[in-house]
Design a protein around this ligand. Structure first.
Ligand SMILES: Cc1ncc(COP(=O)(O)O)c(C=O)c1O
Length: 390
């Protein structure tokens, strides 16, 4: 047996990849499976962005570039964040990463010593907890309650903050619940950080996958965010670019050299031609993204009433992202058992709520980033299979 380092005991993972593998195995046996488990758009990357990548390769963007990113690309991102948040952003605040995900890891590695506290949403994207635990943090999950529309309770958060709180993680619109915080709530949360001892990691990956307007309220709309907030943005969701692996952080200036140094130690920089191509995403036409969000909304409007008509389960209407967080408490069975049952008996791959934290028990998550035809079939199967359970 290999003698592995003790620290690996603290490293978590994402449930979606494990369920995807099991779903694929069933498909290999000839079974039809609908994929409600994985959080990636079923649309293709817009053509103009692909073309920009071919051109960037031809222009010779195939060599090393600065660790934090190509200056012209950082300027394009700064411009985008400034425009979409009505904020002042300096290109030197930006570190470009391979997917947005490394920003979570860098935040914990750069700020958290063993024993420092990290507050994060429960349920929430599992990598927040995993990275905080890996850094040796004292974990302080804040429960998102159904009574509060799955938005965190700001007063409760205020009570949880102590002199040892180093990072508060906020995700809005939220995975897995689809809830979004209001501008007032974001302002109150921002006031809890001082940019010295306490920082906010603000994950805005679903900023434009929002159904109550063009964009969800952003913490970066407040000037004070500059020195207190690590803003996470990326291309995976809104431009259907999950496989390109591209994202970035807009950082308090004091953190920039350290995030760059962490990056230098791991993969040096995000691929040069992909960085160059991404400028086209922001500068080119936005029709494909708009059409995708319209289609997500159409699906959400179909799924929510259907879920609520199925005996034993119910859900709230999400404000954004492309997930439905379904309460299954009336089934009186563990979430994992229900998820396994639906995969094996109904051919519906989805995630047990507790893969997003302890308070996810009693819930399951479906991602509606799959075609309407698949959604209809999947919900029909779910309805029939659940009728046999209640
Ligand atoms: C809330 C949230 N943050 C971050 C990520 C990671 O995104 P990326 O593909 O940019 O690394 C995801 C992906 O599912 C997510 O749902």
């Amino acid at each position: 047996m290999a003698e592995l380092a003790k620290r690996l005991e603290n490293l978590g993972t994402e449930g979606a990849f494990e369920v995807l593998a099991r779903a694929k195995a069933l498909e290999a046996q000839g079974r039809r499976v609908v994929h409600f488990e994985i959080g990636e758009p079923d649309f293709d990357t817009p053509e103009n962005i692909k073309k920009a990548a071919y051109e960037a390769l031809e222009k010779g963007y195939t060599h090393y570039v600065p660790a934090a990113g190509i200056p012209e690309v950082k300027a394009a991102y700064a411009d985008y964040v400034a425009k979409t948040r009505n904020a002042k952003v300096d290109p030197d605040q930006i570190v470009i990463t391979v997917g947005a995900k490394p920003i979570i890891y860098y935040t914990m590695m750069a700020l958290v010593d063993p024993g420092d506290e990290v507050i994060y949403p429960d349920p929430g994207y599992p990598i927040y907890e995993s990275a905080a635990r890996f850094a040796g943090a004292t974990l302080k999950p804040i429960v998102l309650r159904e009574e509060n529309g799955f938005r965190l309770d700001v007063d409760e958060l205020k009570r949880m903050v102590t002199p040892k709180t180093k990072v508060i993680v906020i995700n809005s619109p939220h995975n897995p619940t689809g809830s979004a915080l209001t501008k007032e709530e974001l302002k109150e949360i921002l006031a809890l950080a001082d940019g010295q001892k306490t920082f906010i990691l603000m994950d805005e990956l679903y900023h434009r996958i929002y159904y109550k307007g063009e964009m969800a309220p952003s913490m970066y709309e407040f000037e004070e965010a500059r020195d207190k907030v690590i803003l996470m943005e990326g291309f995976s969701k809104i431009y259907a670019m999950t496989g390109w692996r591209l994202g970035y952080g807009v950082l308090p200036p004091a953190l920039v050299p350290w995030f760059s140094r962490l990056q230098t130690n791991i993969y040096s920089h995000a691929p040069a031609f992909i960085q160059v191509a991404s400028m086209e995403a922001y500068r080119g036409p936005q029709d494909a993204s708009k059409a995708m969000v319209d289609e997500f909304k159409r699906r959400r409007d179909y799924i929510v009433p259907r879920i609520n008509s199925i005996k034993g389960i119910h859900c709230l209407e999400p404000d954004g992202a492309f997930y439905i967080w379904i309460n299954i408490k009336d089934l009186k069975k563990p979430s994992k058992e229900v998820a396994d049952y639906l995969l094996n008996e109904a051919g519906v791959a989805l995630l047990a709520g507790n893969s997003f934290g302890e308070s996810g028990e009693g819930y399951i998550r479906i991602s509606y980033a799959t075609s309407m035809e698949n959604i209809q079939w999947g919900l029909d199967q779910m309805e029939k299979a659940l009728a046999r359970l209640v």
